[in-house]
Each structure stands twice: as structure tokens, then as C-alpha cells.
Design a protein around this ligand. Sequence first.
Ligand code: GLV
Ligand code: GLV
Length: 337
Amino acid sequence: NKPVVWVSRPTFESEIARLWPHFEVHEESQEVKFTSAELATRLAACDAAIVGLKERIGAAELAGAKRLRIVANLGVGYDNLDVAALTAAGVAASNTADVLNESVADYAWALLLGAARRIGAAERWLRAGQWRATEFRGWLGTDVRGRTLGILGMGRIGQAIARRAQGFGMPVLYHNRSRLPEAIERECRARLVDKATLLRDSDFLVLVLPLTPQTRHAIGAAELAQMKPTAVLVNVARGGIVDDAALAAALREGRLAAAGLDVFEGEPHVHPDLRTLDNALLSPHIASATTDTRRAMTAVAVDNVLASFGHGPHAGHPPNLLNPEALATAGATSHPT
Ligand code: GLV
Ligand code: GLV
């Protein structure tokens, strides 16, 4: 009578296989957008869940989840989880911090360079059969080298993005809730500034903030108005940090040169104005999507599930716990293993 793990989406079987000796594993065989009621039913029938960002889990979804011990999120951002509700229910939560830092930093640069050099629009034009002659003054983009890189949200991903800027000879400004240790600032060659300065002085502004009530629309019409009309905005963080309607207006009216966006408000829906703009380079939330990184994210989720049931090298201590308090609560209600 093994405990049950529900895996909400197809992942990497080589990692999921590590659960088999200890758990009955119920895996979804395709990507499904579950309703709240469907989620509640599934969570009520398992002892651990490995979920993705499309699974929004709060008190309603947890109401019948009497056996549930841990929800392991396949993502570093966890705005899909109501951590307070999970803690109150005695359910641990974990994320996949750190294993995706380098892949996401690479991708931020891909969007930055792609938006600066208009790669998306040029490719669409070529594919549409519009290439007759190469115009000397056609497809002019923006140079990157030596320009100022701004980073809003200077966690590990922001730092990895900053390190790459040295290869482009770019000074780096950042704004963050707290100042980085001096050694890291020196290594990243990054300087803390207030948000107004960041907006005003950045030629390229990359967003790497978690989505919280405080960061919602951190970039809206007022912030966009403070940016240079030649600036490029890159969002690899979360939809909702940017007011997409305000951004589309700024891009359309030439108040901002370009944007590279991997995340959107209400995705997979994308604001229709953004979809029509050639100076917006758009991708479907894939910044961490490399084979190695998505496998590593699965491994982290599996490690956290194993650990919360006393198995594996981290037995008893899930390494990516978001709410250590939950374990105390859980211990009190003591689930049988
Ligand atoms: C992806 O968006 C993540 O948070 O890992
Ligand atoms: C992103 O969420 C970070 O902390 O860098």
C-alpha cells in the first residue's frame, strides 16, 4: 500500500522512475488545463503532487486533500501556489530554484539580442517570400555593445544575466529589494540604483522579478513613460509584472523601441495588440526549456517528494522547501507512510 504521487503533466520518465520503488505513480499522459474541481479531486487522491504553473492551488483545491504531504512545483516561480493555504493545510511546497538559472539567463539574452536585431520580424518577412533584394538601409537594428543593461529583480537569475553582460562590455544597473553583497556586485559589475534611475538610464531593461501583489504591473504606463524611446524591454519573469496593454501602446507609438517577451498576462492568451506588433519578439514561456534544464527541474521535484517521505539523500529535509513551517503542522497530523 504505497503512497500515491500525482504528476500533473508528462515530464522526464528517467527521473519519475526514481519514485517507483516507493510510490504508486499516477501520471497524466498529456497537458491538461484542470478546473479547480478537477484539481481538488486529484489532490484528494494523492499523498504528493508534482505540478506545473498551470495548476493554481489554494484553499479550495486543498479542501479534500487529507493525505497530501507535499506539492512540488515544476518552476522557480510559484505564484500559482497559495503558500499560506498550503501551510495551513500542513502541506509542504517546493520549487525548482537554481537549476534553471543559466538557461533562463541565456534565454533572456536571446530575447534581448533578437529584439535588438529584429530577428523575429525579419524571419517572418523572409518566410513570407518578401525578400527580393537586400536593402542597405533595411532591417536596421540597435547595437548592444557598450549600452547600459538594467536588471529589475537581482536574484540568482538576474546575476547570471549580469555576468553575461561583461562579454558585451555593458555597464549593469540593478534594482532590488535588497542590496547584493559587495563581492557579488563586483563580480557582476552591477550597481544598485533606485527604480526611477533604472528606468531612465537603461538601454535594455530585463525583468526577473517574482510575481506578487507588490510586483503586479511593476512596469505600467507610468514606468514605460520614464524609459528611453530607444530602449528595449525584456520579460522572462512572469506575465502580470508588465501591463501588456500599456506596453503594446508604447511599442505601437514608438515610445519604446522593442520588447522581447516570454511571458504574458493571462497566458496562453496573448494580448492581441502585442501579436500584431513587429517590434515585439514573442515566445511561449520557454526560457527554461532546454532538455538538460527541464530534466533537472523534474529531478529537483522528485528529490523533494522523496525527501518528504524520508527517502533519498535529503531524507526528511526537502531541499527546496518554501514553507518549512508546514512540516511541523504535518508532523502533528502524522500521515502514515
Ligand atoms: C518558469 O516560469 C519558472 O518559474 O520556472
Ligand atoms: C527570479 O525569480 C529571481 O529571483 O531571480
